[in-house]
Design a binder for this molecule. Structure first.
Ligand code: ADP
Ligand code: MG
Ligand code: ZN
Length: 476
């Protein structure tokens, strides 16, 4: 039987506010345990939460960027459960009336664009962190993260493959980074994802039973875990069994998921409206003020790149995957006469180097200005495309600018006709046999002659001139 997989993602993004959602404690990452806490985030009795307005601003930005409908009045809710990292015994979240609903984003896939629905976005506070590696027969708790603001972005079950889920997650990640509301650091846990997965026979409308994989913290893990889970569901169903609805975890060392707990239902959490906070009222001026701050988002930027720089859709898509990369390209394109050539060097040479060295664009060993200078040197025939590769490698290695490298290594392209002609004369004289063969019709030997000339000039002769002069000399 053919199965179709159905995937919905819940993404938690930590908001980049300076202070926590309901108190003035710092949100900075990496401080010694339990140094960024106060009676409010420790859940002491007799204290009251005070909402951080910036959290709402940031949630609104994401709501608008994902085409959601924003609620003029939303509500805080208590989600009750016991866990050692949750000192109050409940998490302040939103439930029945979230800040935003009914949105969507457009995800670029290999075979075209796909619209994925956003069910809702709500705000909530993060829990603390347990450290199980303390060495003793106990765990340590760090409450610095308690009360750090999060938004949860819940998708519709619209994705049909691990790749689609990966593309959706990357797009959400790009959006929070474009909006500068979350640092997107998955290793530090500021951007994490739960994946819900089910399968159903091809053509069936009703969804199958889903399982949920919690706390996936890299793009690679998300796709691998979903793959594994689809495979596991299929095995169970093909063996005549039934998938059990439950919460699972991903074990990256063994490349498999394992059961964590049975699925909890909403009523298990005894949600009720938070009595310590007023309903959240967002009026039109507030919404408009936030809308006015929205930056150019990936889709719009992509369209502009295609038009303004006459880039192919593929280039525009790739260069706008992150705001930093797009900015890098624009700086380079603004300084050189050929944006497409700049794009080529960024997409192949530069991204290649960043990939192999595990660096991001803002850690690039080559500045946008130097890359533009390299493109200029190619365009004005100072160096050939081939020599440019050597220069680029030296730029990566030494951090020097291309002009300096070209001068130091004497790599300037030879375009002097008489100098090139002299070399060609020598090469033809040294290879009388091949010259005769060429004249009798074996024109494929052209490549041989070009190679000889390039060798003698250490690759510095302008290839167009070499070709032209060679043809003349051999045919005279
Ligand atoms: P919770 O997981 O907190 O119970 P929901 O019931 O709203 O919350 O569902 C959360 C996620 O599960 C959403 O992203 C939704 O798209 C997805 N989802 C719901 N039903 C299915 C299903 N049958 N298969 C796959 N994903 C599903
Ligand atoms: Mg869930
Ligand atoms: Zn605090």
């Amino acid at each position: 039987m053919e199965f179709e997989s159905v995937i919905g993602l819940e993404v938690h993004a930590q908001l980049k506010t300076k202070t926590k959602i309901f108190c003035g404690c710092s949100t900075a990452f990496g401080a010694p345990p339990n140094t960024q806490v106060c009676p409010v985030c420790l859940g002491m009795p007799g204290v009251l939460p005070v909402l951080n307005r910036k959290v709402v601003d940031y949630a609104l930005k994401m709501a608008f960027a994902t085409h959601c409908t924003v609620a003029g009045e939303s509500q805080w809710a208590r989600k009750n459960y016991f866990y050692p990292d949750l000192p109050k015994g409940y998490q302040i979240s939103q439930f029945a009336l979230p800040i935003a609903e009914h949105g969507h984003i457009v995800v670029q896939l290999e075979n075209g664009a796909k619209r994925v629905g956003i069910t809702r976005i709500h705000m909530e506070e993060d829990a603390g962190k347990l450290n199980h590696d303390s060495g003793g027969p106990f765990s340590m708790v760090d409450l610095n993260r308690t009360g750090v603001p999060l938004i949860e972005i819940v998708s519709e079950p619209d994705m049909r493959s691990p790749e689609e889920a990966g593309a959706y997650l990357r797009q959400i990640h790009a959006l929070v980074r474009y909006l500068e509301i979350c640092d997107g650091n998955m290793e530090e846990g500021s951007f994490r994802c739960d994946a819900n997965i089910s399968i159903r026979p091809q053509g069936q409308e009703e969804f199958g039973t889903r399982t949920e994989i919690k706390n996936l913290n890299s793009f690679k893990h998300v796709e691998k875990a979903i793959y594994y889970e689809i495979y596991r569901h299929r095995e169970i169903i093909e063996d005549g069994g039934k998938v059990v609805q439950e919460t699972r975890l991903w074990d990256p060392d063994r490349n498999q998921t394992f059961s964590m707990r049975g699925k909890e239902e909403a009523h298990d959490y005894r949600y009720f409206p938070e009595p310590d906070l007023l309903p959240l009222v967002i009026d039109n001026p507030w919404m408009e003020a936030i809308q006015a701050t929205l930056p150019e988002l990936p889709e719009a930027k992509k369209a502009r790149f295609e038009k303004q720089y006459e880039l192919p859709a593929y280039d525009a898509q790739l260069l706008t995957t992150s705001r930093d990369l797009a900015d890098y390209f624009e700086t380079a394109a603004g300084l050189c006469p050929d944006p497409k050539l700049a794009s080529n060097w960024i997409m192949t040479a530069l991204l290649g180097v960043l990939n192999t060295t595990g660096k991001t664009i803002d850690q690039s060993p080559v500045s946008a200005k130097d890359l533009a200078e390299l493109v200029c040197l190619i365009k004005d025939n100072t160096i050939s495309g081939k020599i440019a590769k050597t220069v680029f490698e030296a730029m990566v290695e030494t951090g020097k600018n291309p002009k300096t490298i070209v001068e130091e290594k004497g790599l300037v392209q030879v375009t002097d006709l008489s100098a090139i002609s002299a070399v060609i004369d020598a090469v033809v004289a040294e290879n009388p046999g091949q010259a005769a063969e060429y004249k009798s019709g074996k024109t494929k030997l052209m490549g041989f002659f070009v190679g000889q000339v390039m060798k003698k000039t250490k690759g510095q002769a302008n290839p167009n001139i070499v070709n032209e002069v060679l043809r003349k000399k051999l045919e005279e």
